[in-house]
Design a protein around this ligand. Structure first.
Ligand code: IPM
Ligand code: MG
Length: 370
């Protein structure tokens, strides 16, 4: 019998609410397939800081390193605004990404047909949209040193962040993008700022080299990241896979999320390199939306991004492609049947609570299975 270990890190804000609905989908999957999920749950972010004085403890890190996959909710909120930079809730997330070496962040933006009119863009611009942002996640300005604020002694301070990329980091993320493109529409657009950044010059060269060395069957385009942002809102369907660095990927994926109607819809997978012995990748799955402290505890959160993140977990960590398809199909069916949380409801339209949306997805799973 197959057993997988899953570490759940619900975190702060709406994290625990959306995780609770996802846990029901995990239980449904176990019952439907006979696979056993050994579930452990722990603290991360502000709640971990409150309990232990740090946003993720060494003990939690050990569990994350040992688990077959981690499901992560969200971290942060105004409660911790006064916490120093070294202990801020987001530090827990960044430590997980770095120490698990999750360099490849996959952020698919799919516009479900039922939501084509919920986007702030015109329906024909987003209808049928299916793009994948591949964001480098363990390098760049997020982690580059020096990263300091220095007092210059003359009433001025100087802040420094450092954007660093080595060849191997660009090679491996572009290989992930090319490999994924082959399973889709076979097109990669690489985005950087080679017109002002040395890291952009190297990024562009290495992506082109990697392409030449083994991926010439895949169509490759290069775009400056600012123009890419503009093209994403002008005509997003021109893209298939976008590969970009950590900071541009952060921004462009929020833009892509809104094309789909709501930030509450976008899942993500963060993957490490395959283990040379077992072939298994370390992996963490998290919704792209944050902790949304303004709606936390009100039952308004949309659990779809978290549930769809679990579907990505089934696909990429457990090779349970059929079940992943079924979960994604159930989300589409629930939306088709009119299920809407506040973020995707039209003005005046009745909205479901977080739990009711969980019910709707489960009901769709049951009826699609029957
Ligand atoms: C994301 C988030 C994080 C990031 C924050 C919470 C540190 O915005 O996953 O996109 O900047 O990567
Ligand atoms: Mg972000």
């Amino acid at each position: 019998m197959t057993t997988y270990s899953l570490l759940l890190l619900p975190g702060d804000g709406i994290g625990p609410e959306v995780m609770a609905e996802t846990r029901r989908i995990v239980e449904w999957t176990a019952a439907a397939t006979g696979v056993t999920f050994e579930i452990d749950e722990d603290l991360v972010g502000g709640c971990a800081y409150d309990a232990h004085g740090e946003p993720v403890t060494d003990a939690t890190m050990e569990k994350a390193l040992a688990a077959d996959a981690v499901l992560f909710g969200a971290v942060g909120g105004p409660k911790w605004d006064g916490v120093g930079y070294d202990h801020r809730p987001e530090g827990g997330l960044l430590r997980l990404r770095k120490e698990l070496a999750l360099f490849a962040n996959l952020r698919p933006a799919i516009c479900y047909p039922a939501l084509a009119d919920s986007s702030s863009l015109k329906q024909d611009v987003v209808e049928g949209l299916d793009i994948l942002i591949v964001r480098e996640l363990t390098g760049g300005v997020y982690f580059g040193e020096p990263k300091t604020i220095t007092d210059l002694g003359n009433g001025q301070k100087r802040a420094i962040d450092t954007q660093v990329y080595d060849t191997f980091e660009i090679e491996r993320i572009s290989a992930v993008a090319f490999d994924l493109a082959r399973t889709r529409s076979n097109k990669v657009t690489s985005m950087e700022k080679r017109n002002v950044m040395k890291s952009g010059v190297l990024w562009n060269d290495v992506v082109s080299e990697t392409h030449k060395r083994g991926y010439e069957d895949v169509e490759l385009d290069h775009m400056l990241a600012d123009a890419g942002g503009m093209q994403l809102v002008r005509w997003p369907k021109q893209f298939d896979v976008i590969v970009t660095d950590n900071l541009f990927g952060d921004m462009l994926s929020d833009v892509a999320a809104m094309l789909t109607g709501s930030l509450g819809m976008l899942p993500s997978a963060s993957l490490g390199a395959p283990d040379p012995k077992t072939g298994r990748r370390k992996a963490m799955y998290e919704p792209v939306h944050g902790s949304a402290p303004d709606i936390a505890g009100t039952g308004k959160a949309n659990p779809i991004a978290m549930i769809a993140s679990f579907a990505m977990c089934l696909r990429y960590s457990f090779q349970m492609t059929d079940v992943a398809d079924r979960v994604e199909q159930a989300i589409a069916s629930a939306l088709e049947a009119g299920a809407r949380t506040t973020d995707i409801a039209k003005p005046g339209e009745a909205a479901l609570t977080t739990t009711e949306m969980g019910d709707a997805v489960l009901a769709a799973l049951e009826s699609n299975a029957a």
